[in-house]
Design a protein around this ligand. Structure first.
Ligand code: N01
Length: 544
């Protein structure tokens, strides 16, 4: 039977998981293995989450494939063969499909169904979950594996309804999108824009890139994986995975522990050049203080700015592409292949919409405040996501007293460890706000969260507990720790999705935990060692 035809076979389960991305799939596998009944609801028509939806040309992971993959199965990580240093979206999707088949996950996933409501029933301590297909499912535990960069942020331009061309968002790219020979516009120059632009330039008749904020981007230095390198990593996988779990950034690439200010310029440039040649995120680890000390940061930024000037022929365009006004790394660093050089092509134009903002769409194209009309057949919105909270609050989630998650987080998301929020018993937000997930490798973060939730559910089964939620004090304390960790970095200095600045009206709160992946893991482990004292179980409630 096809996935579409397969209805919800059970309407009462132990655990309902929302989302069949890599977090949801692992949650399903792990919790079923522990004897829980589990159902997954997925709004897409296939597995992979982010890697299912983000199919824009050039979509590619910017963390290395040998790290950006599951570690829970030694056999899987030995058997699967990555082809390139940075996997393409089709390769990520093929991996997701392989995992779904290998662990026989599909029978437990319902595709093409979006969860719209979830209400906690205080009488029986269960969640009643509703979908856009009219299903109603009762679950003891609700695991939102909905992704942190999956609720698209889609600007509405005046006159949009009149535009005769097509509008697509990179985060839900339709497979039938035509590009060849067309006049194409891209709004947005974050990771998605920077990846899609060189690929659109290869096929479009004319390409206009509408840039509001220039971003720092590091060359990927992508390459096919050498067999001997793969063999070496696979031979040392257990050790390397553990090293990543205990590291600051979730990666095995070490940070150079020297200060950028402690060496002379020649040595500094040598180090920067070395890291630049390595490619990708490793550049930020050129020196220990690049992400913390303004002066060290400026030196790293200047090095990258010179690389931009060297790549772009027209000095005016080059200056526009040089980021200003934020420290390097304070907005998520981009990783590119040939982005800046794309602007040397005669049919590619950079349009400064900081100077002359977009005023709206016309029948034929996009208009800017200087009165210019840019004729377009296709408008690509690489405008990002309502990050870290959007995918959770777009579901009407109601906890104790009918309070919605949106209401509770109106002044900024508050969680305990990014995993649970007080007043919403038995609800888990995988890689939620307050966790370090988006600052590291998402697989590592997802596996840790799923394992941690699984341990808690087993603990509850052993205790005979019906519900669990964090104490208000623990949540308050954790929110303060998240804020303090951010204050020790340069992150809060930038307007970015890390602080919700990209979504009009979103409260400015630094959302991820910036204290390091290894430290976060130790904190989570200590909670268990201490007997979950920072949580309230329903057995405790009856005593009170
Ligand atoms: O989104 P973004 P993204 N008018 O928010 C612009 C991950 N990711 O999809 O900065 C004009 O970074 C906006 O301008 P400004 C990764 O974590 C990973 O690119 O607000 N411009 C900005 O330039 C990444 O950080 C991978 O001034 C408007 C852009 O749109 C995260 O996803 C690949 C506008 C949005 O940039 C998000 O990246 C892709 C408007 N009205 C994404 N509205 C890989 O692994 C928005 N913008 C490779």
């Amino acid at each position: 039977m096809g996935d579409e035809a397969r209805g919800l076979s059970e309407d009462v389960v132990d655990v309902l998981v929302v989302g069949a991305g890599f977090g949801g799939m692992y949650a399903l596998h792990k919790l079923r293995g522990l004897g829980f009944s589990v159902r997954v609801l997925e709004r897409g028509h296939g597995v992979g989450g982010t890697w299912y939806w983000n199919r824009y040309p050039g979509a590619r992971c910017d963390i290395e494939s040998l790290e950006y993959s599951y570690s829970f199965s030694a056999e899987l990580q030995q058997d699967w063969g990555w082809t390139q240093r940075y996997p393409t979206q089709p390769e990520m999707r093929a991996y997701a499909e392989h995992v779904a088949d290998r662990f026989d996950l599909r029978p437990h996933i319902t595709f093409g169904v979006a969860v719209t409501t979830a209400a906690y029933d205080e009488d029986d301590g269960c969640w009643r979950v509703g979908t856009d297909a009219g299903d109603l499912i009762t679950a003891r535990f609700l695991v939102l594996a909905t992704g942190v960069l999956s609720a698209a942020s889609v600007p509405q331009f005046p006159g949009q309804e009149r535009f005769r061309g097509r509008i697509v968002h990179t985060g839900s790219w339709p497979e039938d999108t035509e590009v060849d020979g067309l006049r194409v516009g891209v709004v947005g120059t974050g990771s998605s824009g920077i990846q899609v632009v060189p690929h659109l330039a290869e096929r479009a008749g004319h390409l206009s890139v509408f840039q509001r904020t220039a971003n720092y981007s590091i060359s990927a230095a992508n390459q096919p994986l050498a067999p001997e390198y793969v063999r070496d990593v696979k031979a040392r996988y257990p050790e390397l995975r553990e090293q990543a779990r205990r590291s600051f950034t979730g990666s095995t690439v070490p940070i150079n522990r020297q200060s950028a200010l402690a060496v002379d310029q020649e040595e500094r440039d040598r180090r920067f050049e070395e890291r630049w040649a390595l490619g990708g995120f490793a550049f930020l680890g050129s020196f220990d203080d690049v992400t913390r000390d303004p002066e060290a940061n400026r030196l790293a930024a200047r090095f990258v700015e010179d690389k931009i000037r060297a790549a772009v022929d027209d000095p005016t365009t080059a200056e526009l592409l040089v980021p200003t006004g934020h420290p390097i790394g304070s907005r998520r660093i981009c990783v590119d292949t040939g982005y800046h050089a794309t602007f040397n092509l005669p049919h590619v134009r950079l349009v400064d919409v900081r100077r002359a903002p977009i005023t709206g769409l016309t029948e034929a194209g996009l208009r800017t405040a200087d009165g210019e009309e840019h004729p377009l057949h296709l408008l690509v919105l690489a405008t990002g996501f309502d990050a870290m909270t959007g995918s959770f609050v777009r579901i009407d989630v109601r906890g104790r007293g009918g309070v919605t998650l949106r209401e509770k987080w109106a002044d900024g998301a508050r969680t305990y460890l990014g995993l649970q929020t007080a007043g919403f018993p038995n609800l888990f937000t995988l890689t939620g706000p307050g966790s370090p997930a988006v600052l590291c490798n998402m697989f590592l973060a997802l596996e840790q969260h799923v394992d941690w939730v699984a341990d808690l559910l087993v603990e509850m089964r052993e205790r005979g507990a019906r519900t669990v939620e964090p104490t208000v004090d623990a949540e308050q304390d954790w929110s303060e720790q998240v804020a303090r960790a951010a204050e020790r970095t340069l992150y809060p200095q930038a307007d970015s999705w890390y602080v919700g600045a990209n979504v009009p009206g979103k409260p400015r709160v630094f959302l991820p935990y910036a204290g390091g992946v290894g430290k976060y893991r130790r904190i989570c482990e200590q909670v268990v060692v201490d007997g979950y004292r920072t949580f309230v179980f329903d057995a405790d409630l009856t005593v009170v």
